[in-house]
Design a protein around this ligand. Structure first.
Ligand SMILES: *Cc1c(COP(=O)(O)O)cnc(C)c1O
Length: 346
């Protein structure tokens, strides 16, 4: 039996032995007291990498996002974000239940935010409206497409935000997939925003954690909000040690994931009854659309499962495949031949 190929997400990545070994030799302390030197080292290194003054280790991307909203916004204020944002759709309505902010959504096409729509949604000083206190971007954008926000769009958003004195937050869960594809340093991307989070647990393959980064003042407040949510941890160096390894060894290889996803997309677009959406800059996510009338995602998913391949259902006729650390050319070949076989049965 071939080993299972799991393309449902890059969160399924498991750490290499060398990454796990770092845990055994890590210096540990009480992180709530600021005394875990491994966490302190990670936060310092991450802040430098992102060109931010300070950084904070949190348990997850969801917690980082919600802490960011809590830190930037007062209760009842408004945040503008893309309609398909993770924060808006996939965080259990924590925006209303926890951060207690209101969301205004705007259109994003191929990673490009509609500036006119953002501007139209900004409220300042009207007694009947909620005050806009944050613009929240996602880069790479949208779980299902993984497109990069073009730098010129990001710069235009920054000019607009400056005009109204509204800060910009970036949910950069897969920020390094974007930076490596653009050939632009993470710090140069983050220059355009006030705060950012990235996930250690996706393509970077660490077991736990996200990093939130911003100004010293922002991170001081965020640290308090993290604690308030029960996110304070004690010997969190066991999380930080593999995370440091991930920053040192796992970022450059994300180019392989992006390139393999591109190869996969090209091959799938040649298979009858499948279509690949084009437009935008691809990273490690491929979401094929089934064009045949007699079949759908569920049939495809069941077929692939029998072949030892897991993909994610995202629409009646669309599935998602995320390429990651455990997917190499051999796996890609198996995926293509399974899809070709499925196609030939139609
Ligand atoms: C995965 C993801 C998150 C949440 O990260 P978790 O660690 O799973 O909570 C947030 N935003 C985006 C864009 C993501 O892809």
């Amino acid at each position: 039996m071939n080993k299972m190929i799991d393309l449902r997400s890059d969160t399924v990545t498991t750490p290499p032995q060398a990454m796990l070994k770092e845990i055994l030799t890590a210096n540990l302390g009480d992180d709530i007291m600021g005394e875990d030197s491994t966490v302190n080292e990670l936060e310092k290194q991450a802040a430098e990498l992102l060109g931010m003054e300070d950084a904070l280790l949190l348990t997850s991307g969801t917690m980082a996002n919600q802490v960011a909203l809590m830190t930037f916004c007062q209760r009842g204020e408004e945040v503008i974000m893309g309609k398909e944002s993770h924060i808006y759709n996939l965080e259990g309505a924590a925006t209303s239940a926890v951060a207690q902010v209101q969301i205004k959504t705007v259109q994003v096409d191929n990673g490009v935010y509609d500036l006119k729509e953002i501007e139209k949604n900004i409220n300042i000083g009207d007694i009947q409206r909620a005050k806009t206190s944050l613009i929240s971007l996602e880069n790479t954008y949208n779980l299902n497409a993984g497109q990069i926000i073009p730098m010129d769009n990001l710069k235009e958003i920054k000019l607009l935000a400056n005009k109204y004195e509204i800060p910009i937050y970036m949910d950069g869960a897969r920020l390094f997939n974007a930076s490596i594809e653009l050939g632009i340093s993470p710090a140069d991307i983050c220059k355009e925003v006030d705060a950012v989070q990235f996930c250690l647990t996706k393509g970077l393959a660490a077991p736990i954690g996200s990093i939130l980064a911003g100004s010293k003042e922002f991170i001081d407040k965020a640290r308090f909000n993290k604690q308030r949510l029960g996110g304070g941890m004690r010997q969190a160096g066991i999380i930080a040690a593999p995370a440091i390894y991930a920053l040192n060894h796992m970022i450059d290889r994300l180019k392989d994931d992006n390139d393999r996803a591109d190869w996969l997309a090209q091959k799938i677009s040649d298979i009858p009854h499948f279509k690949i959406e084009t437009g935008g800059m691809r990273t490690n996510i491929v979401s094929p659309i089934i064009t045949h009338d007699q079949t759908d995602s569920l049939q495809l998913i069941n077929y692939l499962l029998e072949e030892g391949i897991k993909v994610k259902n995202i629409a009646e006729k669309q599935v998602r495949m995320i390429v990651h650390y455990q997917i190499e050319q051999e796996e890609l070949n198996r995926i293509i031949s399974a899809l070709e076989n499925f196609s030939s049965t139609l």
